[in-house]
Write a protein of this length. Structure first.
Length: 361
């Protein structure tokens, strides 16, 4: 070499040693033998020929994974975690360092790491697979990086179905109370029958017992009774005794069943509990006898006549007439229904006979 027209210390003869690749451009690049003597930012790599990926930055010159962050690093704490096979060197104060110089994608964070290479919450599950990247899963969390659901509120109160224990207990107790009330109301409606006279229902409700068991209510509070009424001309108290339906033939105006019309057989009924109750009964309570009857407008009660066979017509009519007389003397509904059933009528037939008698009042 004998000439250096740009004065950068590299000879102009291209065939000589250390030939100047940029003979007319004063430069200090020297690390790449093909680009000696070219403009350089101070890192030894020519800026204008593509060798230096960060022209103008003397701390960076290469970007192996092409993510825009340089291979060099300047943080001493990275030295222990850097793989010796990774590109780059430690340069104090290096700008835009790449903590992950071998990233498989250019979609990286501000340290040059992709989701598969970083673990934001430090729970051992990388952000690419972590469904909760900012919440550590903890020692008993799920494999997807999410912690177990929190079962307590911030103040430590246990939650049940989204409610605190006091609120849940109140709701449960309220539901039980409502169910009990509904059960009581349905039971009362079933036992009251189908009386359409609202005013008389109000009066009857004051006398009704809360217990659904007829016999237990009679034993706890004896039913007032009266002496056996004198036999009426029709039906007579000596009517045919009760028996199975096939053996009972219709009589001429007299009930074939013994019992209510003449009440002759009530005392000898086969039901010991009923016989004891009737024998122990006293005179009606003054409130029941002396209270004036309130005249109300009655609605006619519909009666299902299909409950009776044709051959029972005379017995039924006699029983209806007997109930009319008993109601006129102030006898109570339950007592009449019990006596009708005691003479052989079914519960439904007894109710129908009672309703027919009320329609005649």
């Amino acid at each position: 070499q004998w000439a250096d027209q740009d004065g950068d210390g590299f000879g102009d003869n291209p065939l000589g040693n250390n030939a100047d690749f940029c003979p007319t451009e004063n430069g200090a690049s020297y690390l790449d033998l093909l680009e000696i003597g070219c403009e350089d930012d101070g890192d030894g790599w020519a800026d204008n020929w593509g060798r230096d990926k960060f022209p103008g930055d003397p701390t960076q010159w290469a970007d192996s994974d092409g993510d825009g962050y340089g291979d060099n690093w300047g943080d001493l704490s990275w030295n222990a975690s850097r793989d010796s096979d990774w590109p780059g060197i430690f340069v104090e104060g290096a700008s835009s360092p790449d903590k992950c110089p071998d990233s498989p994608t250019t979609n990286v964070d501000d340290q040059g790491c992709s989701k598969s290479e970083r673990d934001t919450d430090q729970d051992g599950v990388n952000d690419l697979l972590d469904n909760c990247p900012e919440q550590p899963k903890g020692p008993d969390g799920y494999d997807d990086g999410c912690p177990l659901p929190v079962s307590e509120t911030d103040d430590g109160e246990t939650m049940v179905l989204g409610m605190t224990l006091p609120v849940f207990g109140g709701v449960l107790a309220g539901g039980i109370v409502v169910l009990l009330l509904l059960t009581m109301v349905i039971g009362r409606l079933r036992n009251r029958g189908y009386d359409l006279d609202d005013d008389e229902d109000d009066e009857d409700d004051e006398d009704d017992e809360d217990d659904d068991d007829f016999f237990s209510s009679f034993q706890s509070k004896p039913m007032p009774s009266r002496s056996t009424p004198a036999p009426r001309s029709q039906p007579s108290s000596g009517g045919p005794s009760g028996g199975p339906p096939p053996s009972r033939a219709p009589s001429s105006g007299l009930p074939s069943r013994a019992g209510p019309p003449g009440k002759a057989q009530l005392a000898s009924t086969s039901n010991p509990a009923l016989r004891t109750l009737v024998s122990k009964a006293d005179e009606p309570e003054p409130s029941e006898v002396s209270s004036p009857q309130k005249k109300v407008r009655r609605a006619r009660i519909e009666v299902d006549m299909s409950l009776f066979e044709d051959w029972q017509a005379d017995d039924r009519d006699a029983a209806v007439e007997w109930v009319v007389g008993e109601l006129g003397e102030g006898e109570q509904e339950r007592t009449l229904l019990m006596q009708l059933q005691g003479t052989g009528w079914s519960a439904q037939q007894s109710r129908a006979i009672y309703d027919m008698a009320r329609n005649q009042q």
